[in-house]
Write a protein that binds this ligand. Structure first.
Ligand code: 7UC
Ligand code: FE
Length: 296
């Protein structure tokens, strides 16, 4: 395994000569430690079948299967498929996923620590994923905001970005909304928690999923605080030029792996009809997502 920092980038390292399936355990544990400090790993030159890819995920921890079957790979439900490409006239997976600032699964009671993305069909035009490191951003927040956020909690819901399924056509929207609340009720997480590996506080809020801030007792925090913090860290910048924003591009054979505790991400999608397909595998690592989560 050869590790090279990404030149001129705000975060991330390239990892070449990693044999994902045959690498010894020690190398995989080095890899896992590296992801928490470097935040994004670009594993170069990977050539894995869908089955191999899931197997690699299993070597890293407990693989989480997405809760909605519409996203599943037809042969491997552990793979979440983002695709705009029809195969044999059939839509496989879901187009235009993740086009909003979010952490994966932050609307669930037990989010996972690691996200892996393995682009399969890469468009020529706009490609890549935007990232913001909220461990670093929290450190750089104005002291007043940092103090206000310190012991706060955040209430999350997927409701604003839940995608209407083909089977929802002709259903009353009120019924669909009620179903979303039933299947994925609001969850409450600490808005700041110590990263289990780096020990540094990470800010855990996102523009797409976080709806309100509360104190420990559930009293609402002041109006405007959530928006102010989202703005300060770069999640409301529609030009994507905020200093915290990193654009991660990729080429064929790259497998991206990132720290889903400290990074928010946002997919870029081609505005034109170019085909694009990406496979995602998500993994619970060896650490509690945040201290005390299992006992909540
Ligand atoms: O279609 C999508 O963008 C899926 C999104 C609502 N959830 C991904 C996740 O893991 O949080
Ligand atoms: Fe995502």
């Amino acid at each position: 395994m050869i590790i090279t920092p990404q030149r001129g980038a705000k975060m991330g390292v390239e990892v070449s000569e990693l044999d994902a399936l045959a690498a010894p355990e020690e190398e995989l544990s080095d890899l896992k430690n590296l992801v928490y400090t470097s935040k994004i790993l670009v594993l170069k030159g990977q050539d894995l079948s869908p089955a191999d890819y899931v197997e690699f995920g299993r070597r890293l921890g407990e693989v989480e299967t997405y809760y909605q079957p519409m996203y599943h790979h037809p042969e491997h439900k552990e793979i979440f498929v983002s695709s705009n490409k029809k195969e044999g006239g059939m839509q496989i997976g879901v187009p235009k996923t993740g086009k909003f600032w979010h952490h994966d699964y932050s609307f669930m009671p037990r989010p996972f620590g690691l996200t892996l993305i393995y682009p399969q069909v890469i468009p020529q035009g706009q490609r890549g994923t935007l990232f913001i490191d909220l461990e670093k951003a929290y450190e750089q927040l104005p002291a007043k905001l940092r103090k206000e956020m310190a012991d706060s909690w955040v209430v999350n819901s997927v409701r604003r970005y839940f995608k209407i399924r083909p089977s929802d056509v002709y259903r009353p929207v009120s019924e669909i909304l009620a179903e979303i609340e039933e299947e994925t009720p609001e969850v409450r997480h600490p808005a700041v928690f110590p990263h289990p590996v780096t020990g540094r506080p990470v800010l855990y809020i996102s523009e797409a999923v976080s709806h309100r801030l509360e104190d420990a007792e559930g009293n609402p925090l002041r109006d405007g605080l959530l928006t102010e913090v989202l703005e300060a860290v770069g999640q409301l910048d529609t030009s994507f030029t905020h200093d915290n924003i990193h654009l991660q591009s990729f080429e064929q054979g790259d497998l991206l792996m990132w720290d889903n505790r400290s990074l928010v991400h946002r997919a870029l999608h081609t505005p034109n009809p170019e085909p694009t397909v990406s496979h995602r595998v998500t993994v619970h690592d060896d650490h509690e997502f945040y201290p005390g989560i299992e006992r909540q």
